[in-house]
Design a protein around this ligand. Structure first.
Ligand code: NAI
Length: 224
């Protein structure tokens, strides 16, 4: 398998989609699939698929195609879904609660263990099986539970400060929803800034310019 550093960001970006489509094929009990069939499902070219998967040593066999379960498993390993990264959510407002309830962390290598909010009125309220804690408890919690992923669902004004605090507590991956482009200058820390509004703007751009959407695909599973 190639080292992540040598794989282009665009290939890494496509991997979750391969993983999702292959998972769907597994549910339909499809055992193997050719790059042509997969390309039709995913609205990619067959050569793009072969090129992408070759980055990791290639999993296909001439005349056979891809073994769906093995490919799903291998891509899962590359993505790290076989891991169990302790995960906390900071900010238990509308977004934090929605993410806690609707994102399936477990199938993505993460385990949600704590939710924190600065508002004392929310302390003790439960979101699914997890009780919201006050942010004053973060230090103790991190010491005991050693989470590595933080989901930031707080206003932008507080984001850098809370992120710096979390780095000192061992957090090394940020899924950042606050409207602040978080950057952390540390080689072992990764940040994924998410702006749903940017995605909407891409859509309006396409609508505005009559551009057919790329990769819209079909056969989408209900994948939260
Ligand atoms: P909200 O107002 O319902 O919840 C924010 C929560 O964060 C509140 O409960 C507040 O007490 C808490 N909070 C504030 N500072 C905190 C701190 N330092 N530590 C811990 N908790 C803190 O807002 P909502 O709708 O949940 O949105 C949260 C943030 O996400 C907002 O800034 C919003 O603009 C942003 N957002 C981003 C989206 C995206 O696509 N990136 C989509 C929707 C919202």
């Amino acid at each position: 398998m190639a080292k992540n550093g040598t794989i282009s960001a665009s290939v890494i970006k496509r991997l979750p989609r391969y993983y999702r489509f292959l998972g769907e094929l597994m549910k339909q009990e499809v055992e193997r699939i050719s790059s042509r069939e997969l390309s039709e499902m995913m609205n990619l070219t067959a050569s793009q698929i072969r090129q992408d998967l070759n980055c990791f040593g290639g999993f296909g066999m001439q005349g056979y195609g891809y073994h769906v379960r093995s490919l799903h498993e291998e891509i899962g390993k590359i993505l790290g879904v076989d891991r169990e990264f302790g995960t906390i959510i900071i900010g238990a407002g509308n977004l934090g609660k929605a993410i806690a309830m609707h994102i399936n962390f477990e199938t993505r290598g993460c385990r949600l263990t704590g939710i924190f909010d600065v508002n004392p009125r929310l302390t003790g309220e439960t979101v699914g099986p997890i009780a919201i804690r006050h942010t004053d408890e973060i230090e103790q919690f991190c010491k005991e539970n050693k989470p590595v992923v933080a989901v930031l669902c707080i206003p932008k004004a507080n984001t850098q400060e809370i992120a710096d605090r979390l780095v000192k507590l061992g957090i090394r991956a940020f899924w950042n929803f606050s409207h602040y482009d978080l950057t952390i200058e540390h080689e072992n820390i990764v940040v994924e800034n998410v702006h749903l509004g940017d995605s909407l703007l891409t859509l309006t751009y396409r609508a505005n310019n009559n551009i057919a959407p790329e990769n819209s695909g079909n056969g989408q599973e209900d994948s939260n």
